[in-house]
Design a protein around this ligand. Structure first.
Ligand SMILES: [Cu+2]
Length: 487
């Protein structure tokens, strides 16, 4: 079976790294270590470690009653009683130690989406024994890449994820550009019944076919339709802000745009772009992230982050509507120095690379929908193992053409690696930047290129829980499989 192992070995290997040279008990006031900027919108946890290069936190998954709407509290599953969970905020090269405790009534694991860490720490239920109720596990890793990431349950994901087991991660650059403010938004939707409770999960029908869609749209855990409105704040004229957006929906993509500002896309899943580009509208799929540089326009009275969102109406029909996600009212004035971006070079894409095909498909087997990758279903659950569909050599560029034969959408995620999106339908596309998730839409194909730089055993799966947990999930090996992987 699966096992988590080499944890102590791995942890001790990290001890030499990121230590405090002068040995003083550090805080963010430690000489030579500038404090991290405040990220508005999400709440950080208590840091138990005085070393400024180590973020050490307690993380407890447990049932939690949340006032989402007026009337009854919504019974959720959250980390540390917060929804979303606490914001883990560190600098590239820092060590993060998470003392995780499972106070749910079922097993769980925590996956660090996008972080290129050891597979032993990745929270894959195929590598790590799921943490049983009442038990603990210490996740311990060094964050290798600056960017916007997130963490979430990777077990019984259809229910645990919908009930709120996720949170944000920000890893700052060593020489980070300085902004007048930084904000983070985690978009989500949730389907509540008339008593404000998470609605019954459907084992068949549209929820399984296309993934569950919510009727309440959330930003940072607060409803923005129904009774709520957009996240609000004030921005001075002259501000230059950094906004980070994580899409934590189960199934739906958003079209994001920003009104009342000169806005540029500065980063994707895997960190800053070599060249920012002007934001008209970008599509973001479940699991993906974008970062924006936002400057209020000279004559603007407000700056609005807006999304075209598909949502269930009162007849359970999916309808498209524009939603205000966040609204900054212009108040006061500042003068802001131009942010200085570090030079970023991405791995070359104009290289000879073997092409591999991954076919995303599905069929009804014995009356039950079963999703597959290259015809193979894999399951997370007792008695099931992941199928290893490919073995790659580290640091050798490979193209993968993903094609979909079923369902409107597959936001496809590769654990522990970055890739770049080259083509759709065989035609070059402008979707620059490092990614760990690519939206494979409808029956089109998407071609990506990865150097598979991080050895280990890694999950590859659709990020729609109903698809992955019904079989659209497999593993790849990069380099030699670690001996601990014996099942
Ligand atoms: Cu899918």
């Amino acid at each position: 079976m699966r096992r988590s192992s080499a944890v102590l070995l791995f942890a001790s290997a990290l001890l030499g790294c990121g230590g405090d040279e002068d040995g003083t008990s550090g805080t963010s006031n430690t000489p030579g270590v500038p404090p991290l900027p405040v990220i508005e919108g999400l709440t950080p946890p208590e840091d138990l470690n005085p070393d400024p290069h180590i973020l050490e936190v307690d993380l407890v998954a447990r049932p939690n009653a949340v006032a989402l709407l007026s009337g009854d509290l919504t019974e959720m599953l959250n980390y540390n009683g917060q929804f979303p969970g606490p914001l883990l905020h560190a600098r590239v090269g820092d060590r993060i130690v998470v003392h995780f405790k499972n106070e749910l009534e079922e097993p769980t694991v925590v996956h660090w989406h996008g972080l290129r860490i050891s597979d032993q720490m990745d929270g894959s239920p195929m590598i790590q024994n799921p943490v049983q109720p009442g038990e603990s596990f210490t996740y311990d890793f060094v964050v290798p890449d600056a960017g916007t990431y997130w963490y979430h349950t990777h077990f019984h994901q259809i229910e645990q994820f919908e009930r709120g087991l996720y949170g944000g991660i920000v890893v700052h650059e060593q020489e980070a550009p300085v902004f007048s403010a930084e904000r983070m938004f985690m978009g989500d939707d949730i389907r509540l019944n008339f008593r404000n409770q998470v609605a019954v999960f459907q084992a068949s029908g549209p929820d399984v076919g296309a993934g569950r869609v919510g009727n309440i749209v959330l930003v940072n855990g607060k409803p923005i339709n129904d009774e709520g409105g957009p996240a609000t704040f004030t921005m001075p004229r002259g501000a230059i802000e950094r906004w980070r957006f994580v899409l934590a929906t189960n199934a739906l993509s958003y079209g994001l745009r920003i009104r009342g500002a000169d806005a540029r896309v500065i980063a994707t899943d895997g960190g800053l772009l070599p060249e920012p580009f002007a934001l008209d509208q970008v599509e973001i799929a479940p699991g993906q992230r974008y970062e924006f540089e936002v400057r209020p326009a000279a004559d603007a009275t407000e700056v609005v982050l807006e999304a075209m969102i598909l949502v269930l109406d009162e007849n359970n029909e999916v309808v498209e509507a524009p939603f205000e996600i966040a609204r900054g009212t212009i108040e006061g004035e500042v003068s802001t120095a131009e942010p200085v971006y570090p030079t970023v070079t991405l791995p070359a894409t104009d290289v000879q690379a073997e092409n591999h095909d991954w076919k995303l498909s599905g069929a009804v087997v014995d009356g039950k929908v079963q999703f597959t990758i290259n015809g193979v279903p894999a399951f997370v659950g007792e008695g099931h193992e992941h199928v290893v569909i490919e073995t790659f050599e580290p640091n050798v560029p490979v193209k993968i053409t993903l094609s979909s034969e079923v369902s409107p959408s597959h936001p496809f995620h590769i654990h522990g690696q970055f890739f770049q999106i080259l083509e759709r339908g065989g035609q070059p596309v402008f979707e620059p930047g490092l990614r760990d998730t690519v939206h494979v839409r409808g029956t089109e194909t998407a071609t990506i290129l990865s150097y598979f730089e991080n050895p280990g055993q890694w999950m590859v799966h659709c990020h729609i829980s109903e698809h992955s947990e019904n079989g659209m999930m497999a593993d790849i090996l990069v380099g030699e499989p670690a001996e601990e992987h014996a099942h």
